[in-house]
Design a binder for this molecule. Structure first.
Ligand code: CA
Length: 220
């Protein structure tokens, strides 16, 4: 899952980025309205966290343009306590939810899960592949029905693979799914995650395709 945070307050941004990365999301940060538009034009996001009072271009204008261009990701607006007008304008412009600053990071995480669940709920809420099952909303993985404890990056890696179980992913594609742009990614980072994931779910589950990348084992 890839998120975009649009926020000019560096302290708020740092705390949100940290919390979302610990929760296993890849998250990018745009510091002003123009940067946000550029990101939304060039990348596909699963959800957007949008501050409204932004330098260079107002958050409402960013949201209007995004929806006008067919952008469909859920948007949570982040607004000041007294700005009821802003909230209404934001919802009218196509936001899905809002949070009033200062907000609790656990509440933000819960709102994000709820919106992502609503969106994926129309498709398939739980992915299964052979002995494996992955529930994105509950953040749970089971192997033959027994729960497997994965750290967030292992979870994100398995989710990427299980969403498209016949596809071979290159390391670069997996890095994009697991990390936001600002984050350091070591040259063998994906190998390390694959190794630790294999230890937990069985080495045979994740197949190395020499010279290309990784996919799940074939089954059925
Ligand atoms: Ca602001």
């Amino acid at each position: 899952m890839r998120l975009l945070l649009v926020e000019d307050d560096e302290m708020i941004a740092e705390s949100v980025l940290g919390a979302m990365r610990r929760a296993g999301y890849a998250i990018d940060w745009a510091e002003d309205g123009r940067a946000a538009e550029l990101s939304l034009d060039n990348d596909v996001y699963d959800l957007v966290l949008l501050d409204l009072g932004l330098p260079k271009k107002d958050g409402i204008d960013v949201l209007n343009a995004y929806r006008r261009n067919g952008g469909a990701a859920p948007v949570i607006i982040l607004t000041a306590r007294d700005a009821i007008d802003e909230r209404i304008r934001g919802l009218d412009a196509g936001a899905d939810d809002y949070l009033v600053k200062p907000f609790d990071l656990d509440e933000l995480a819960a709102r994000i899960r709820a919106l992502l669940r609503r969106r994926t709920g129309q498709k398939q809420p739980v992915y299964t592949h052979g002995e494996l099952a992955l529930d994105p909303a509950a953040h749970e993985v089971t192997l033959n029905g027994a729960p497997v404890a994965l750290v967030p990056r292992e979870f994100a890696l398995l989710q990427a693979l299980i969403e498209e179980p016949t596809r071979v992913f290159t390391k670069t594609e997996l890095e994009e799914k697991l990390y936001g742009w600002g984050e350091e990614v070591g040259s063998n980072t994906i190998e390390v995650h694959v190794h630790s994931l294999r230890r937990k779910i069985g080495a045979e589950q994740v197949v190395t395709v020499r010279g290309v990348g990784y996919r799940l084992k074939r089954c059925g």
